[in-house]
Design a binder for this molecule. Structure first.
Ligand code: C5P
Length: 287
């Protein structure tokens, strides 16, 4: 029987995303507290002479060379001089243009699965440098739990598990392109902060189960820019706060927002109340 390897590739949220500067090449320095969540795509790879990709589960996801799974496979093959191919299947549940890191998670999953299938035995450090060439969120996606992520996304410090929280995800109809959100961010004049965001305080509040303290210390620097491009984000955030979320914020460069709840039943009620406003909605635990 031909060998097949299957990996689940979870979405992520950013509890904290602060832009701290800009590099000469235009990329932004970031400080992020990230967590993987229980919204999962799946990447399956099977031994084959040629390299091919089939996408299932969601309409409109390209299966060509613009797909990060195929790009990850090609990069790994070139870097290690692999002559085998693989038949790859990507089963999509994470929406695109959503700030949930779906494509990045798929790319990281493909690197991990093909590293095993092709018996490359690269360690996590080797894979991480390839991961960064695929996208700034891909290095974090090689890891599993919460982490402090900095640089442009390549420096990953695991933070240890947080207590279980429930997350209501709501995505407005509009999808956002990360580069557009950063470009809009640069045009908005910086306001002095009333409360200085503090990733350490964010991490401590999360570790200690104090979701109600997060609005004092969290930030997503990209949220005002994304709101300018997709005003419906505010409607969804207001909905989450008004329906009992202990905390609510946009994830990544948007357009998805998440409401965090300590109690699953409260989260379920909020989801029922708000899902008609969203093009995608889900209730998932943090991982
Ligand atoms: O790395 P990735 O392909 O996800 O980035 C998409 C775009 O987002 C980049 O082309 C860049 O415009 C912007 N970006 C940035 N600084 C980062 C990450 C992304 O400016 N740290």
């Amino acid at each position: 029987m031909r060998e097949e390897i299957s990996v689940r590739t979870p979405a992520k949220i950013n509890w904290f995303l602060q832009v701290t500067g800009r590099r000469l090449d235009g990329y932004h320095h970031l400080r992020m507290v990230n967590q993987r969540i229980g919204l999962l795509d799946e990447v399956r790879v099977a031994a084959c002479d040629r390299l091919s990709l089939v996408v299932e589960g969601m309409a409109g996801v390209p299966g060509d060379n613009s797909n990060l799974v195929l790009r990850a496979a090609t990069l790994l093959r070139e870097h290690y001089g692999i002559t085998h191919g693989a038949h790859m299947t990507l089963i999509k549940r994470i929406p695109m243009g959503a700030g949930l890191g779906g494509g990045s998670a798929n790319a990281a999953g493909a690197l991990l699965a093909l590293n095993r299938l092709w018996r490359i035995n690269a360690d996590l450090r080797d894979l991480a440098s390839l991961a960064l060439r695929l996208g700034s969120d891909v290095p974090y996606c090689l890891h599993s739990g919460p982490a402090l992520v900095s640089g442009i996304g390549e420096i990953v410090h695991p933070l240890g598990a947080f207590p279980p929280y429930w997350l209501v995800l709501l995505k407005p109809t509009i999808s956002l392109v990360t580069a557009d959100v950063f470009q809009t961010y640069r045009k908005i004049p910086r306001q002095p902060m009333v409360v200085e965001p503090d990733w350490k305080e964010t991490s401590r509040a999360l570790a200690g189960g104090r979701l109600e303290d997060l609005s004092q210390c969290c930030i997503n620097s990209l949220q005002p820019a994304a709101l300018g491009l997709a005003p419906d984000i505010q409607l969804l955030l207001d909905g989450l706060w008004n329906n009992g979320a202990d905390f609510a914020q946009m994830t990544g460069a948007g357009s998805t927002v998440f409401g965090a709840f300590k109690h699953q039943q409260k989260a379920q009620v909020a989801l029922q109340e708000l899902k008609s406003l969203a093009s995608f909605s889900a209730l998932v635990p943090g991982l």
